[in-house]
Design a protein around this ligand. Structure first.
Ligand code: FES
Length: 248
């Protein structure tokens, strides 16, 4: 019996051939265990070796296979072809990023923004190694654990209408990662992150559409992180007014 097939309509952009993206259709096997990424790899291996896209782990961890599938931002290794049967399934690059080639986008903007929020543990003074680990209770870990699940896939930027209009917006993942460290009992860097987070392009640019949290494949809830930091920023501003830094 002939194998079921599904049509994949894939956005192609080869700067040496096209001035703007075009669509190319491919027929791939529709197997129930196949993710969209498996379909793309089938095309690459059997139909058209020139198709370019990023992937690495195939298990929703590395965050490199994000694309737009039938209009939605998705990890293609975690989205099954059978969900789109009988097809066609349309695969395009992530929105809101410049396309380099086919399904590959330029993520330089995110990579430049990320270090501005200092997404690492900041200590004013490190304890001597012989004093042992920085201990933390399960409750203290619970405070930031959700935000630590971010895999930098950038689907939240692809989904964010604010970022689409204002590319200077620091953005959902970077702010969620700032909160991951701000809320960590071992961290002392909240003040260092404050200027970026409270700038015009920081949390106040977010209009709480919430598409970032809908798109997030790891349930990080960047929209929640942003709203939570707005409260922190407002509280800090009140304290600054009542007790200017010099008076504390
Ligand atoms: Fe790593 Fe999809 S290939 S998250």
């Amino acid at each position: 019996m002939a194998e079921d097939m599904i049509t994949m309509e894939v956005a192609r952009y080869r700067p040496e051939l096209e001035s703007e993206p075009v669509t190319q259709s491919y027929e791939v096997p529709l197997r129930k265990e196949w993710a969209v990424l498996d379909g793309l790899n089938y095309i690459k291996d059997h139909l058209d070796g020139t198709l370019s896209f990023r992937w690495s782990c195939r298990m929703g961890i590395c965050g490199s296979c994000g694309m737009t599938v039938n209009g939605d931002p998705q990890l293609t290794c975690a989205t099954f072809l059978s969900e789109y049967a009988p097809g066609p399934v349309r695969v395009e690059p992530m929105r809101n990023f410049p396309v380099v080639r086919d399904l590959i986008v330029d993520i330089g903007d995110f990579m430049n923004k990320l270090p501005t929020v200092r997404p690492w543990l900041v200590r004013t003074e490190d304890e001597p190694v012989e004093d042992g680990e920085y201990l933390q209770t399960p409750l203290e870990m619970e405070e930031y654990q959700q935000y630590s699940m971010c895999i930098n896939c950038m689907l939240c930027y692809s989904a964010c209408p604010v970022y689409a209009l204002d590319p200077d917006f620091v953005g959902p993942a970077a702010i969620a990662l700032a909160q991951r460290y701000n809320l960590d009992s071992r961290d002392e860097g909240a003040r260092d992150r404050r200027d970026v987070l409270t700038s015009a392009e920081g949390v106040w640019a977010c209009t709480f559409v919430g598409e970032c949290s809908t798109a997030c494949p790891k349930d990080v809830d960047p929209a929640g992180a942003i709203q939570r930091y707005k409260l922190t920023a407002a509280t800090n501003a009140i304290w600054d007014f009542l007790l200017p830094r010099g008076a504390r």
